[in-house]
Write a protein that binds this ligand. Structure first.
Ligand code: FAD
Length: 289
């Protein structure tokens, strides 16, 4: 973990673009609560194949204009160089300086893979088209990407994204800090020294967490599943347990030198904010982790 300690810590919140006017209104309230703690940036997801293209643009520009720097996610699967270049130009014109560059996953039956097959090709294209305009973030998988044939290949594929010009990474969420520590150790032995910021998923709704974790390859350890099972539909106990467990994991990560945290908010303020407050991040320049 030594290399991670040299980086300035940054804290960010991720949203998805709302579909309805009601969703937009709700996000505005969430935005206001989270902007008040002065994060380093917000980010907004992008539906693979461009399914949320216009909504992602609207959400990014609206958040950015309101004063917190905002990073669009951009996935290449199903897209063309031309459509990606258009987006890059639009973001540049609007003063956006950070992009989360991803491959994405096309829903089954939805078109072909497109012109850029993997995230490393997208990173190369962004550098080719936009030079150093953007700070490029890529995805990292401490528990390895579900489609990777082997752990070693996944690490090599991660290295390709850095060689292509990515500046830093945000991880898939995990509930086992050791997977992150081991991942960083492996990167260090490969000579990769970029900030790798843990992605943090607050536990709010157990059944959707299980469904999503199975899909994206994030393991919910047995002791956590058992505990959450025992709460049944007692959502208040699930919330309390989740908050305490995630706070402890974040403390461990920051104490070991993680260069910040990125919260998957699911467009809800309180779950992330409670963890933030438990960690004392309001005074983050003064705390000793
Ligand atoms: P890649 O880095 O391209 O890797 C995908 C798989 O291909 C891996 O198994 C890798 O090992 C393998 N691979 C890579 N290069 C090669 C190669 N040259 N040859 C053979 N195999 C290769 N999805 C969305 O649709 N929208 C979002 O907004 C979004 N935001 C995300 C944010 C974060 C922080 C994270 C961690 C994930 C996000 N995702 C999002 C999910 C992501 O798109 C999926 O996990 C997707 O399956 C992989 O994207 P990637 O960028 O990691 O792909």
């Amino acid at each position: 973990m030594e290399t991670q300690k040299q980086f300035k810590r940054r804290f960010s919140f991720e949203f998805f673009p709302p579909k309805t006017d009601q969703g937009k209104e709700k996000l505005q309230g969430v935005r206001d609560k989270l902007a008040a703690v002065n994060p380093d940036f917000f980010s907004v997801t992008f539906g693979a194949g461009g399914s949320t293209r216009d909504r992602t643009i609207d959400t990014v520009l609206s958040l950015h204009e309101q004063g917190i720097s905002t990073a669009p996610h951009l996935s290449c699967v199903g897209g063309t160089r031309e459509s990606i270049a258009e987006l890059l130009d639009l973001y540049k014109e609007n003063g956006i300086n950070r992009i989360v560059a991803l491959r994405g996953d096309l829903p089954s039956g939805m078109g072909s893979a497109g012109e850029l097959r993997y995230a490393n090709e997208l990173v190369s294209f962004i550098r080719e088209h936009s030079g150093d305009t953007f700070n490029i973030e890529v995805a990292a998988y401490p528990e390895f990407h579900p489609q990777a044939r082997t752990a070693e290949e996944d690490l090599k594929n991660f290295a390709r994204k850095i060689e292509a010009g990515a500046n830093s990474a945000i991880t898939q969420y995990f509930f086992n800090a050791d997977s992150y520590f081991y991942f960083i150790d492996r990167l260090e032995t490969m000579g990769i020294t970029i900030p790798v910021v843990p992605g943090i998923m607050p536990i709010v709704n157990y059944s959707s967490l299980v469904r999503f974790s199975d899909m994206c390859g994030a393991e919910i350890p047995r002791w956590i599943r058992k505990q959450l099972d025992a709460y049944g539909d007692d959502s208040e106990s699930i919330r309390k347990f989740g908050e305490e467990m995630i706070t402890r994991m974040c403390e461990k990560l920051l104490e070991a030198g993680a260069p910040g945290l990125h919260f998957y908010t699911l467009n809800q303020a309180n779950a992330s904010l409670n963890i933030w407050n438990n960690l004392g991040l309001a005074n983050r320049d003064k705390i000793a982790f």
